[in-house]
Ligand binder design. Structure first.
Ligand code: NDP
Length: 335
């Protein structure tokens, strides 16, 4: 397949181009809002074509699929243009800033019979997949509580729109959306209520949420506390899952890298679970390619993207209104 990249981004440069090439596909074009940046990116990444006009770039009949990694506020508009041009779309998270935009994207993908997926790469982590398997196999009994720590130190080169522009959603639309998607995947369950509080002012001059702590209640009863931050230095991410028969502790696993450890604690003591790590993004793009060829589904579908967005927006609402928010699953489940 031939890919068009939309957005001369850090994530494309560091991870995605390699992943696309690793599954045997080609990156044939790059579109940026800035023509000079597009040209520079194309030269450095050995990409043949560059443009600052998405519609024009999509006239190229060679393009099969589009990867969107612009700033969050541009995802929906750019995805709609690509979907209307009948291209398969792998969109970065969050897929949109509003539920109605996300729903329209799903509708367009249906109309044009193309695959629309959202790049929740953590579903492809070998540690996350092992936890899901252990929970499904009842190794720790019923899940009662989870403590989800996804706090990082935002690198200097990424301290731009993420902390300057409130409408981009700060840490909630950057990191909390990952938590929500990963938790839905691990528990095979849906959140039913949320509460949260946020902090700002360390990096952001504009009151953009940089740290958020909150709770998510799941339909089958699990209660989750989450801690997401851009400002936690020298800290490792972790997930602790307490079940009725034992618990799981994962460390250093909420990352782009294929790393992390997992321990199972139960009446037999503490056991380190062997993990065979693999590249998370290669897995994302392989599953996306398989879905286009009718051989499975993407790791995270557009519907998964919609769900994580809905729940993240409810968390924003809980913070703004200082209220515990109940979620209505009914409307979106029809997709
Ligand atoms: P970047 O800040 O690197 O890039 C975002 C956009 O900013 C680019 O697409 C580019 O758009 C523009 N840009 C890049 N460099 C400059 C510059 N020097 N001056 C002005 N504008 C610039 O962000 P990330 O790569 O970190 O994130 C991009 C998207 O990917 C986000 O939506 C994020 O949520 C998502 N992401 C997902 C990850 C995952 O693992 N799933 C990991 C990291 C990010 P343009 O070229 O069109 O101007």
């Amino acid at each position: 397949m031939n890919w068009l990249l939309v957005g001369a981004s850090n994530v494309a440069q560091e991870w995605i181009i390699l992943a696309i090439r690793a599954v045997g596909d080609e990156v044939t074009g790059i579109v940026s809002n800035d023509l000079v940046r597009a040209q520079d990116f194309a030269r450095k990444q050995n990409i043949q074509k560059f443009s600052h006009d998405l519609k024009h770039a999509l006239y190229d009949n060679e393009v099969d699929a589009v990867y969107i990694s612009s700033a969050n506020s541009l995802h929906a508009e750019q995805a709609m243009i690509a979907l209307k041009a009948k291209k398969h779309v792998m969109c970065e998270k969050p897929m949109a800033l509003s539920i109605s935009d996300a729903q329209q994207m799903i509708e367009q993908a249906k109309i044009h019979q193309v695959v629309l997926a959202v790049n929740y790469h953590l579903r492809n982590s070998a540690v996350i997949q092992k936890i899901r398997e252990l929970i499904a196999n009842n190794c720790i009994g019923e899940v009662q509580n989870i403590r989800f720590c996804h706090a990082v130190s935002l690198p200097k080169n990424l301290q731009s729109w993420r902390i300057h522009t409130p409408s981009e959603g700060g840490v909630i639309l950057d990191i909390t959306v990952h938590d929500i998607d990963t938790l839905r995947f691990l528990l095979n369950d849906e959140p039913i209520s949320v509460s949260a509080m946020a902090q700002t002012g360390v990096l952001s001059p504009n009151n953009v949420p940089e740290t958020v702590m909150g709770t998510i209640e799941f339909a089958k009863g699990a209660l989750v506390s989450f801690y997401d931050s851009f400002t936690a230095q020298y800290f490792q991410t972790s997930i602790d899952i307490i079940g009725t028969k034992g618990n799981l502790q994962a460390s250093n696993t909420l990352t782009q890298h294929a790393i992390g450890e997992l321990h199972l604690n139960n009446d037999k003591g503490c056991q380190r679970i062997p993990i065979e790590h693999h590249n998370l993004y290669v897995s994302s793009f392989q599953q996306f390619k398989n879905a286009i060829q009718n051989r499975g589904r993407p790791a995270a579908t557009a519907y998964d993207g919609l769900r994580s967005l809905e729940i993240a927006l409810a968390i924003q609402q809980a913070i703004e209104n200082k209220k515990h928010i109940s979620l209505n699953l009914g409307e979106s489940l029809c997709f």
